[in-house]
Design a protein around this ligand. Structure first.
Ligand code: RTP
Ligand code: MG
Length: 141
């Protein structure tokens, strides 16, 4: 299994809940290393650009409004099978459908306020990482 990188966002609801450390701890216990990190309050332009793939979806405006409602934590995670591993740790998009013990089951309150984002494929991971982190701010180890 190859070492991969994935992109993670701890969304405004989870930052407000004070569970940044809890979530990082789950990444680390699963063998994922935080190799880049930054807390930021996204601008509307940043959030719209990041979610451009969802532009025509009915939930786009609510999603962007939510993502700019407070600070978020952006991270690059590295490890074996990192993309799928992170998706498993996150659980289903809708926390009501998320497996017990996943981040969303434990910390999310709704499909909008669902605690975390994680890349869904190698190409999207690459693009999402590059959207927020220049290569010299990513500390592979
Ligand atoms: P994410 O991109 O945040 O990791 O989540 P995901 O892959 O599980 O979900 P995705 O389909 O990519 O949707 C991105 C985010 O949009 C919100 N959403 N709302 N109301 C709705 O039907 C709906 N569907 C999606 C969620 O916050 C989701 O995380
Ligand atoms: Mg997605």
């Amino acid at each position: 299994m190859a070492v991969e990188r994935t992109f993670s966002i701890i969304k405004p609801d989870a930052v407000a809940k004070n569970v940044i450390g809890e979530i990082y701890s789950r990444f680390e216990k699963a063998g994922l290393k935080v190799i880049a990190t930054r807390m930021v309050h996204l601008s509307r332009k940043d959030a719209e650009g990041f979610y451009a793939v969802h532009k025509s979806r009915p939930f786009f405006k609510d999603l962007v409004d939510f993502m700019i409602s407070g600070p978020v934590v952006l991270s690059v995670l590295e490890g074996e099978n990192a993309i799928l591993k992170n998706r498993e740790l996150m659980g289903a998009t809708d926390p009501k459908k998320a497996d017990k013990g996943t981040i969303r089951a434990d910390f999310a309150q709704s499909i909008d306020a669902n605690a975390v984002h994680g890349s869904d494929a190698p190409e999207t991971a690459k693009g999402e990482i590059a959207y927020f982190f220049p290569e010299h701010q990513v500390y592979s180890r």
